[in-house]
Design a protein around this ligand. Structure first.
Ligand code: MN
Ligand code: MN
Length: 294
């Protein structure tokens, strides 16, 4: 395990999050924020652990503004901005929430942010997973909102964004204890809704699900696996390497054969709002926040 690479990934991820945050304003194109933040990461010595994600209002996660996206930020949008970086496969994942042009959702934003702070203070050896979930739930409910119970924090391992253990956002009764040196992305979501997301439309974010030998799409798959392994990637990223026809054809086959998986957007009910805050943390007696700006 390379603490140095984890710290480097964390620093780039934190800086990219602040860089992108400044671009998020009324009338800006979502796709411009995505593109510039992804370039920032690559120009600063990081690789993308997953596509930069911008999820608005009742959408909680897994939304990608690709090159053909025409959406702009508008007054009142509640924006979740989620950025992941890896260095030699060591992953740092962080996210924040902001309002466009007003502070309408300030309380909701504070709820997830405070819940995260509380959770981080508990990322010590011997603390039980459900104690962390309980703390997150308590803070969010204290604000008058609900945590999203079917989204959770996750362990990260080298080349593995969603490794085995999850950090619940409520008391899920799991009394497994944290161990020194484990790394987790901790990510409370707070909502004005009931606290359960469902699957929306396909996102354009993919990952390799199972390597199989295929005839059509073989070179596309080879390129994907060599560059991203099993980390999430955007279909749009391949535009530099192959023409559109070849990409579409290959993806159709690869999806059919379940070699690659297209993530769906994750959405609370219409009319509700969702906020998120996230840091990547190493378990220690003094928890190490890898994605903190020094
Ligand atoms: Mn994230
Ligand atoms: Mn995450």
């Amino acid at each position: 395990m390379s603490l140095q690479d984890y710290k480097k990934a964390g620093k780039i991820a934190a800086e990219a999050l602040q860089f992108g945050k400044k671009l998020i304003k009324e009338d800006a194109f979502l796709r411009e924020v995505t593109k510039k933040t992804e370039e920032f990461i690559l120009n600063n010595g990081g690789k993308l652990a997953f596509p930069v994600q911008i999820s608005l209002n009742n959408k909680a996660a897994h939304c990608y503004a690709g090159t053909s996206n025409e959406q702009k930020f508008i007054d009142g949008d509640l924006v979740k901005f989620d950025v992941g970086v890896h260095v030699n496969g060591y992953i740092a994942d962080n996210a924040l929430s902001v309002n466009i042009a007003n502070d309408k959702d300030l309380k909701l934003i504070r709820a997830s942010k405070d819940a995260l702070r509380e959770a981080i203070s508990l990322m010590r050896p011997g603390v039980k997973l459900n104690e962390i979930g309980m703390a997150i739930e308590e803070v969010i409910v204290g604000y008058g909102f609900q945590p999203i119970r079917n989204l959770s924090g996750h362990e990260v391992e080298r080349w593995n964004l969603h490794a085995g253990i999850i950090i619940p956002n409520y008391d899920n009764k799991n009394e497994m204890e944290l161990e020194e040196g484990q790394v987790f992305a901790v990510e409370p979501f707070a909502t004005t809704g009931a606290g359960k997301v469902s699957e929306g439309k396909f996102s354009g974010i993919y990952k390799v699900h199972e390597l199989k030998s295929v005839r059509i799409g073989r070179d596309v798959l080879k390129m994907i696996y060599e560059n991203y392994r099993t980390l999430p990637f955007a279909k749009d990223w391949l535009n530099k390497e192959f023409d559109r026809f070849k990409i579409d054809n290959s993806f159709r086959i690869l999806e059919q054969q379940e070699v690659i998986h297209n993530y769906t957007e994750l959405i609370e009910k219409e009319g509700t709002k969702v906020s998120q805050a996230e840091h990547t943390v190493m378990v220690a007696n003094n928890p190490i926040v890898l994605t903190k700006i020094e």
